[in-house]
Design a protein. Structure first.
Length: 287
C-alpha cells in the first residue's frame, strides 16, 4: 500500500489499545502500523480473569467473545474507543480431531462505529504436550518433544489442589525444583508437566499470532466497495461440491468464498475454489 493511500485510510494516525498480559504487542502491532497507520498502545490488564490455559480459571465464553471482552477491558481503562485483543485455543482440532491445532482469534473493536472486525488463523504448527510423572523419572524424550527450554513449561500437582502451580519454567534447575515442590503437594506424589501456552512462553504460538495479525491488518486496510467502511473480507462460504468418485453432492465441501462488509449487508461471490471433490476427500469414497 502506498503512503498516500495509507494516509487516506479512516484509521490512519488513530490510537488503538491492545489489551494483553503476555507480551503480544510486538507480534500484533507491526502489520497494523504498516498497512493501516494505526498507533497501538498496550494495556497490561489481568486477562487471566477470563480463563487460563493451565485451568485454574475456566474460560466461560467462546474465544471470539473472550477476545472482544478483553479488548474492552483496555478500552474502558484508558478511555479509548478503539481496541484490540487476541485469544488462542489449543487442543484436538475441531475438524481433524486426532491432530492438535492452534486456532488464534484477533479482534479490532471500534465503539465509535459499533463495529467489530475479526480474523481467525488455524495452524497445526504448534508445540504442545503434557506428561504425568514423578521425581527422578526419565523425561528427556518428552522434553525433546515439547522443545524445552525454547518452549517453556508448567508443572502442577497431579492430584489435589493446584495451589503450587509453577509457570514459565525455562531451565532444568527450575523444572527439577517445580517437580519436587508439586510432588510433595500432590496427593499421589505425581505431577503434570505441560507446555506453557501463554504467548510469551511459546515461540510456535507467537508465529501463529503474527499470522492472524497480518490477516487482520489486511482486512482492516480493505474498505467496503459500497459503504467504504474498513473490514471487507471473507464472511462465509458457498458449500456443496459433487464428488468425482461416487457422484454425491457433499454439502460441507467448500465451493467458493463469499466476501462481505462487517457494517452493511453488501456481499459478493469470490472465485470458485473447486468444481468437483476429489474422491480422497470424500467421506463415502474414503471413509
Amino acid at each position: 500500500m502506498s503512503q498516500e493511500i495509507r494516509q487516506s485510510h479512516p484509521y490512519f494516525g488513530q490510537v488503538a489499545v491492545l489489551t494483553t498480559k503476555h507480551e503480544k504487542l510486538p507480534l500484533i502491532a507491526p502489520p497494523l502500523s504498516e498497512l493501516v497507520g494505526l498507533q497501538i498502545s498496550e494495556c497490561k490488564e489481568d486477562t487471566d480473569q477470563l480463563g487460563t490455559f493451565s485451568g485454574e480459571v475456566e474460560r466461560t465464553l467462546p474465544p471470539y467473545e473472550t477476545a472482544v471482552t478483553k479488548a474492552r477491558l483496555g478500552m474502558n481503562k484508558l478511555g479509548i474507543p478503539l481496541g484490540l485483543a487476541s485469544e488462542g485455543s489449543i487442543g484436538p482440532d475441531p475438524e481433524v480431531g486426532f491432530f492438535t491445532s492452534n486456532v488464534e482469534y484477533l479482534v479490532f473493536v471500534d465503539d465509535t462505529q459499533d463495529l467489530v472486525i475479526s480474523e481467525v488463523f488455524r495452524s497445526f504448527d504448534i508445540c504442545a504436550g503434557n506428561l504425568v510423572t514423578e521425581p527422578e523419572a526419565e523425561i528427556s524424550a518428552f522434553l525433546v518433544k515439547v522443545d524445552f527450554p525454547n518452549h517453556k513449561l508448567i508443572v502442577t500437582p497431579h492430584s489435589g489442589p493446584k495451589s503450587s502451580v509453577v509457570k514459565g519454567i525455562g531451565s532444568w534447575d527450575e523444572l527439577e525444583n517445580a517437580i519436587e515442590l508439586n510432588a510433595k503437594n500432590s496427593l499421589d506424589g505425581k505431577v503434570v508437566i505441560e507446555s506453557d501456552l501463554r504467548a510469551h512462553c511459546s515461540p510456535s504460538r507467537q508465529k501463529n499470532i503474527k499470522n492472524v495479525a497480518a490477516l487482520l491488518a489486511k482486512r482492516i486496510a480493505t474498505l467496503c466497495v459500497k459503504c467504504q467502511v474498513p473490514g471487507w473480507g471473507r464472511v462465509d462460504y458457498v458449500r456443496g461440491v459433487k464428488c468425482l468418485g461416487c457422484g454425491e453432492i457433499k454439502p460441507n465441501a467448500i465451493k467458493r468464498e463469499i466476501f462481505g462488509c462487517t457494517k452493511c449487508e453488501h456481499r459478493e461471490l469470490g472465485d470458485v475454489i473447486r468444481e468437483f471433490l476429489d474422491p480422497s476427500q470424500c467421506d463415502f469414497c474414503n471413509p
